[in-house]
Design a protein around this ligand. Sequence first.
Ligand code: ATP
Length: 196
Amino acid sequence: MKKIGVFGGSFDPVHVGHTSLALYTLANAGLDEVWLMVSPRNPLKEKGPVASDSQRLEMLRLAVQDLPGLRVSDFEFSLPVPSYSWLTLSRLRDVFPDCSFRIIIGGDNWADFKLWKNPDLICREFGVIVYPRPLQPIPDVPKGVTVLEGAPQMEVSSTEIRRLIADGSQDSVKRLRNLLNLKVLDYITSNNLYKR
Ligand code: ATP
């Protein structure tokens, strides 16, 4: 049975925090692969994504193409929107019977995990790996949940990246080069994404 970590997100855009998290989890949580899965729409985010589904998928492909063990998936594109993780995991189990699946989430997602649909089912039948995020305590960890204590914490978010792009100052552009894969940065520039 191949052990797969499913790392879902808006990836609007994918940043180095996402790829570092995926690589660290792959190396430290006994997984064979991590599948980075673009969610068409997160039911708990007030605003929908800025970039289209296919643009976010393409950026993800550019960001992970040279990273062994990481795969990009558009599996949720064929599921009802918004995407609910319990349904995604159940369908994955049906389609890939030789794989076992658990989800990977950041500490901010753990904070509202109880608001997700069927959180107990997700813990019981699949499992959750939580990666710490700055300023996010991770309390009340039940059975079926693994916290990657001691993993390096990363001060970066897609919101900050969109803000830096809209700002467009020289300082912001410099900072972006450290927070984004350069092929992703080129893609954003050539497609005029996230400009004010
Ligand atoms: P936004 O700022 O638009 O809300 P985001 O940076 O949180 O975006 P998402 O695509 O919403 O990125 O996140 C996908 C997953 O990655 C979530 O589980 C989130 O918790 C996790 N994640 C994103 N950035 C980090 C980070 N710096 N540290 C830990 N987890 C992170």
